[in-house]
Design a protein around this ligand. Structure first.
Ligand code: ZN
Ligand code: ZN
Length: 276
């Protein structure tokens, strides 16, 4: 029996959701088709990582998540990943993939390990394009490790991920009892933790009139949860309104919400994978 949680099935759900959304929301089809190519690669890398005994031993060890990376395990797959990106990405990213594939492995190691060490931390410069390659490539690894931790019991409200200190990049509302509970999703290890409904994770504002929520008429399961004090916003997928949504995929497709937030001068503290 494998004691390690393996949820490569989640990747299959993401792929199916991306395909369905690409059909129903043609404005996001290009983004979603690119995402699907990346997610197919991630799914196979995830299976490889989850089956590795060295990774399993590191996951079981009592050490911080960010100490558990074995770069030599995934490095042989980086060139394949760059080929996938070059084939399916929009032009500027495809060019960047080609340039990166010509660099020596030592340079890849530096970029990947630097990302792993600093990603999602407050002093890290976060720009979707710049961090795309290490983020998309290492996401399955961080996600697998994050899944092996027992969910910590939070005694205080945590504004960063309890497992890896990464900042949240989006939110999820899940039905629990007769109301929706709010969770934040970590920008590094993709794990969720519970968070108060009326509280800005960026600045701590807790006055309801300062925390406007925008729900577009045509997509009632998507929300912009904004803060007038620090002018930040978090996009949130409301699973109580649509149980078929897959948060990380629906967030990528939520382009109209970015427009709204931009028009109202709210900015997102952390980008999603594709900067949408
Ligand atoms: Zn995390
Ligand atoms: Zn705020």
């Amino acid at each position: 029996m494998n004691l390690f949680q393996s949820v490569s099935g989640e990747y299959e759900q993401r792929l199916q959701r991306a395909e369905a959304l690409a059909k129903s929301q043609p404005f996001a089809a290009e983004i979603l088709n690119f995402y699907s190519a990346i997610a197919r690669f991630q799914k196979s890398l995830y299976s490889h990582i989850a089956a590795d005994r060295g990774v399993q031993a590191a996951a079981a060890a009592n050490s911080p998540l960010r100490d558990k990376l074995d770069i030599t395990l995934v490095l042989p797959h980086f060139r394949t990943f760059l080929n996938v990106a070059e084939t399916h990405a929009p032009a500027p990213l495809a060019t960047a993939a080609r340039e990166l594939s010509q660099q020596p492995p030592e340079s890849w190691i530096t970029q990947l390990t630097n990302y792993w060490r600093a990603a999602g931390l407050t002093d890290e410069h976060a720009e979707a394009f710049a961090q795309f390659f290490p983020r998309a490539f290492l996401q399955p690894y961080a996600e697998f490790l994050g899944q092996q931790f027992t969910k910590p019991t939070l005694l205080v409200t945590a504004t960063v991920c309890p497992l890896c200190s990464g900042q949240p990049y989006m939110g999820v509302l899940r039905q629990e009892g007769d109301s929706g509970k709010r969770f934040l999703v970590c920008s590094f290890c993709s794990q969720e933790w519970e968070f108060r409904r009326i509280l800005c994770p960026t600045c701590g504002e807790n006055a309801e009139p300062k925390l406007p929520v925008y729900v577009p008429e045509q997509f009632p399961h998507l929300r912009v949860e904004a803060c007038d004090t620090c002018k930040s916003f978090l996009r949130t997928v409301d699973l109580t309104k649509n149980g078929h949504a897959i948060p990380i995929v629906d967030d990528l497709a939520a382009l109209p919400l970015s427009l709204w937030a931009h028009e109202h001068a709210y900015s997102r503290p952390r980008p999603n994978l594709l900067g949408t």
